[in-house]
Write a protein that binds this ligand. Structure first.
Ligand code: NAP
Length: 259
């Protein structure tokens, strides 16, 4: 399918690995030039080179912490006018509600709520002026079905989801769509880190953790970040212009809801 976005420019945040990387690869495959962000320069350069080599689109890597004011300012200044924004950042650690101090809550809210909100506030005016734009926020299945030990994530992402629900309807008439994509379990470094904690806490092997997790997923596998990226890219395409303000689960059927 021709997504009709060749030649457009996208900013993909937290995109050197995992789900953000999947989104960057899929957008580049559709002919989109990529401004690619992550903190670590090595993996960032590696992914940037891979995208250039495979798809021949321009790629601008910017090593910065997207969750800080200075990092965001640097990324936005170098990115200039962009047509497509994919927001993403590392997820908060798991834990117990009784242990979360103000600083833990603030860090989660900064990374997973305020960062995407500030990024949208920065790029939406230009998109509205040019009467075209796409925003995809990578959130989590926990928005629909909160995961108790990921309470920091549940809390911050609920705020972002509420923000998007309103704003998406305010900008749609000018050709700008905003949607959230909600990953379930995908095979990334983040999933490996979470599985490692479970294996250590329960004294079981990583293979056993994976087996138990897959029993909870009707598709009986972890998701592939490349498939996830293709869904993000589709939402950024011309044919997706009528998808507005949605929270789209990509979780192999794990979240058993009808609405
Ligand atoms: P991942 O494999 O650990 O990759 C995270 C990426 O984000 C890396 O490129 C990392 O590079 C970058 N990054 C992290 N913090 C950053 C920051 N402050 N500024 C800029 N870049 C940053 O993680 P993932 O699995 O793709 O997860 C992405 C998001 O989806 C997370 O918020 C996660 O909670 C959520 N999620 C994931 C799953 C899953 O199963 N994978 C499920 C539900 C939700 P650097 O470390 O070099 O910065």
């Amino acid at each position: 399918m021709d997504l009709g976005i060749a030649g457009r420019r996208a900013l993909v945040c937290a995109g050197s690995k995992g789900l953000g990387r999947g989104a960057a690869l899929a957008l580049a495959e559709a002919g989109v030039g990529i401004v690619l962000n992550a903190r670590g320069a090595e993996a960032l350069e590696r992914t940037a080179s891979e995208i250039r080599d495979r798809f021949g689109v321009p790629v601008t890597p910017i090593a910065a912490d997207i969750t800080t004011d200075t990092g965001r300012a640097e990324v936005l200044a170098q990115a200039g006018d962009i047509d497509i924004l994919v927001t993403n950042a590392g997820g908060p650690p798991p834990g117990h509600w009784a242990d979360w101090a103000r600083a833990d809550l603030q860090a989660a809210i900064e990374a997973n709520m305020l960062t995407p909100i500030f990024l949208m506030q920065a790029v939406l005016p230009g998109m509205l002026e040019r009467r075209w734009g796409r925003v995809v926020n990578i959130t989590s299945q926990s928005v629909r079905a909160p995961i108790p030990e990921l309470g920091l994530s549940n809390t911050a992402r609920a705020g972002l989801t509420g923000f998007v629900a309103g704003v998406a309807r305010q900008v749609a008439a000018q050709g700008v769509t905003i949607n959230n994509v909600l990953p379930g379990l995908h095979a990334t470094d983040r999933a490996t880190a979470l599985d490692t904690r479970v294996a250590a806490a329960e004294g079981i092997t990583m293979a056993e953790v994976a087996r138990r997790r897959m029993e909870t997923i009707p598709a009986r596998s972890y998701g592939d970040p490349r498939d996830f990226g293709a869904i993000c890219a589709f939402l950024c395409g011309e044919p997706a212009r009528f998808i507005v303000g949605q929270n789209i689960l990509v979780d192999g059927g794990t979240t058993n809801i009808t609405l």
